[in-house]
Design a protein around this ligand. Structure first.
Ligand SMILES: C[S@@+](CC[C@H](N)C(=O)[O-])C[C@H]1O[C@@H](n2cnc3c(N)ncnc32)[C@H](O)[C@@H]1O
Length: 273
């Protein structure tokens, strides 16, 4: 049996009672650690908090392990109970459908235990969830790679007056290009995109396209560490949010569409002074 367990957004205590029961029953516990991050972080001390509360040793599974070597975990799940922990909800934003398909094709039974996701918790900022267009992901630009396919999606949502949730790049245990060429992997230090970097990349793309989808005066909401005690939400024009320090990861950004009076009222609480 493979349990895919959502951990929620804050710390080790955000797991559900059903999730905790499942984890405590399992012979082996893996944790996906490359598409999101609990607000308590994932340094050895934070991992120890999780292990202490769950009463289990946790094997951190990076992208390489999940995408290329999941067979070992799935083979273990043929005869034993195995848990795969995912920050947020297992099917919020990043879907783990590939793992489910592989498990089922090996005859492994799968049970999913849901939890809060960034996709629904952003509701706390007051913008109604059913007034959003397509969610977009903003990757870190490099000297030679500046993808902007998200621009058209934002433009379409803006035409319809819808809000856009922007999820921001996370680079954890990514091999450097140079090391890939040499055939011996060396990993980049972990990086998490800030609201500030996301806005400056968005403005660069707007300048290139000149499509007036948004601009320095467009109203946005920057959100950091959603679901934790020190979450930070600030609303304001892009050009002002560029200078706000949102602190530790994770961050996401909302480009605000047309607002309903109730949404507007809530938004005012977060407006930058
Ligand atoms: C792939 S998505 C998260 C998927 C996760 N399974 C979930 O359901 O929340 C990861 C991105 O969502 C955003 N995100 C996730 N958790 C967040 C949080 N607690 N606060 C702010 N942004 C968050 C960040 O932009 C992050 O890079």
């Amino acid at each position: 049996m493979l349990y895919i367990v959502g951990l929620g957004l804050g710390d080790e205590r955000d797991i559900t009672v059903r999730g905790l029961d499942a984890v405590r029953r399992c012979a082996k516990v893996y944790m996906e650690a490359y598409t999101s991050l609990l607000s308590l972080g994932l340094d050895p001390a934070s991992l120890a908090n999780l292990e202490k509360m769950y009463g289990k040793e946790i094997t951190v599974a990076d992208r390489e392990m999940v995408e290329e070597h999941a067979d070992q975990m799935l083979s273990e799940a043929v005869d034993a109970e195995v848990a795969f922990l995912v920050v947020g909800d297992p099917f919020g934003a990043t879907t783990h459908t590939d793992l489910v398909v592989r498990a089922k094709s090996m005859g492994v039974e799968v049970k999913v235990i849901h939890n809060a996701s960034v996709m629904n918790a952003v509701g706390v900022c007051g913008l109604q969830l059913y007034r959003y267009g397509e969610t977009i992901s903003i990757p870190f630009f490099t000297e030679t790679w500046r993808p902007d396919s998200f621009y058209e999606k934002i433009q379409n949502s803006r035409r319809l007056g819808l809000h856009t949730l922007c999820l921001l790049d996370i680079r954890v245990k990514e091999p450097t290009l140079e090391s890939l060429c040499r055939g011996k992997k060396v990993y980049e230090p972990a990086r998490f995109m800030t609201v500030n970097t996301a806005i400056s990349q968005l403005l660069e793309v707007e300048e290139l396209h000149g499509g007036s989808a948004y601009g320095p005066d467009s109203l946005c909401m920057g959100i950091a560490r959603l679901g934790s005690d020190d979450q930070k939400i600030v609303a304001g024009p892009m050009k002002k949010l560029l200078d706000v320090d949102f602190g530790a990861p994770l961050h996401c950004l909302i480009i605000v569409g047309e607002t309903h009076p109730v949404e507007q009222e809530m938004l005012e609480f977060y407006m930058i002074k």
